[in-house]
Design a protein around this ligand. Sequence first.
Ligand code: PGA
Length: 246
Amino acid sequence: MKKLIAGNWKMNGSAASNVALVQALLSGASDWKCSVAVCVPAPYLAQVQGLVADTGIDLGAQDVSQHESGAFTGEVSASMLQDFGTRYAIVGHSERRQYHGETDAVVATKAQRALAAGITPIVCVGETLAEREAGRTEEVVKRQLAAVIHTNGHCISEIVVAYEPVWAIGTGKTASPEQAQQVHAVLRAQLRAATAHADRVHILYGGSMNAANAAQLLSQADIDGGLVGGASLKAADFLSIIAAAH
Ligand code: PGA
């Protein structure tokens, strides 16, 4: 399967710096062997839609409302994302779970809203350091994915999964390729039990992926790409990760 490298810009960027970043990516683009996406802050969707049009870079959002429309001040619906050509929406990022109280059930509904609008949800799962040290990694990621499988049933082969150990996000500590592969294999098995098409579901690794560690992580059997935070803000680093994905 063609790998997918998705940048998660988080709450970074400006109208001016977005232009510079996308232009630097495009000028460094060679014959990419993988799919590439950038998940941008909602106010910049329209701008980045224009910047990446017809370039082969897909547009993503970082969240989507669990509601369809109505009195939900500050929320952005899946159909609004669709209006701007958004191909992906990250759902259940650990920063949303942690700082915005998103539960497994909310994340599952968000994935459902995205799918209903023709947007591929990038469903994030991952354990905290305390959970890992308590030997609960498998249990936690399986519980998080199970909620999404339960709510989305036959559509489940349409999602992307991102395994992002919370202790590795933005910390410079990466899961070793073996540690990551072990969890990816668990997630793949769980998807296999739910769909005959589990082998075409991308399972991305995220958490301090960078130019130096990407190739080894991406060579693992069940690592189908990366969800890249910090390193996606620097064109040279993001391009190196893209080059490592083949
Ligand atoms: P990081 O973030 O690459 O900066 O660790 C990854 C993510 O949170 O998606």
